[in-house]
Write a protein that binds this ligand. Sequence first.
Ligand code: F6R
Length: 249
Amino acid sequence: MQIITYPDHRALSDKVADHILSVVKKKPDAVLCLAAGDTPKLAYSLLVEKAARESIDFSACTFVGLDEWVGIPPENEGSCYYFLQTFLFKPLGVDPAQIHLFNALAKDLTAECKAMDEKIREKGPVDLMLVGVGMNGHIGFNEPGVVWNLNSHVTNLDDTTRSVGQKYFKQSTPLQKGITLGLQHLLESKSVIVMASGLKKAQIMRAALEDPVSPAVPASVIRKHQQGLVMLDQEAATLLKSSIQRPAK
Ligand code: F6R
């Protein structure tokens, strides 16, 4: 695992966008799993600009979903589906046939999980997984206490996730459960970026990177991945011991 810090959110987002592009340039039929949320939003907008400028073709890529709020319809602006369509897939011109997201309205969510695991087995392994980190250290909806070796599963959301998650919705929205890839998917991905930005993530990133690796802080799983890359801005890295930080190139 490598940790790289950048001076600010813009510089971090720029490098994350470059990293995604480099994966697709090397492997035009890459399988990508890219998180929703505030953390990667600017990176996606920079990715869209750079892809247009450099004529990078995403038409052979496969996109698999990381997670979704159970019971929230795709047209709700707080859903991961809505976010990814709006900020990534539509601007990049990705064909719906390339996209495999969780249907969080499915009657049989266990079948939905099986179908996702099967899709990843068929298309995978995932070439690049880009994830953010929740205020409680979650990855996707792998909440504190999760078992490391799970594949797709439905989970009860942590209190922190339910309250912090309100920021994505226009009105107060009951959030009870999530459907998510498991940390086993992360461990089996060829490469993983954990991205975190801002002072509010400093405490949890210190715990993830410096406390013992433990399911209590799911983001600490990145330390078990040989090709794990933690990309932070200076603020999110504030509480890390300087000895393990690497300067941005
Ligand atoms: C979103 C996701 C979540 C977020 C995390 C951080 O698809 O999987 O785990 O990455 O909650 O959210 P932001 O980036 O909004 O701080």
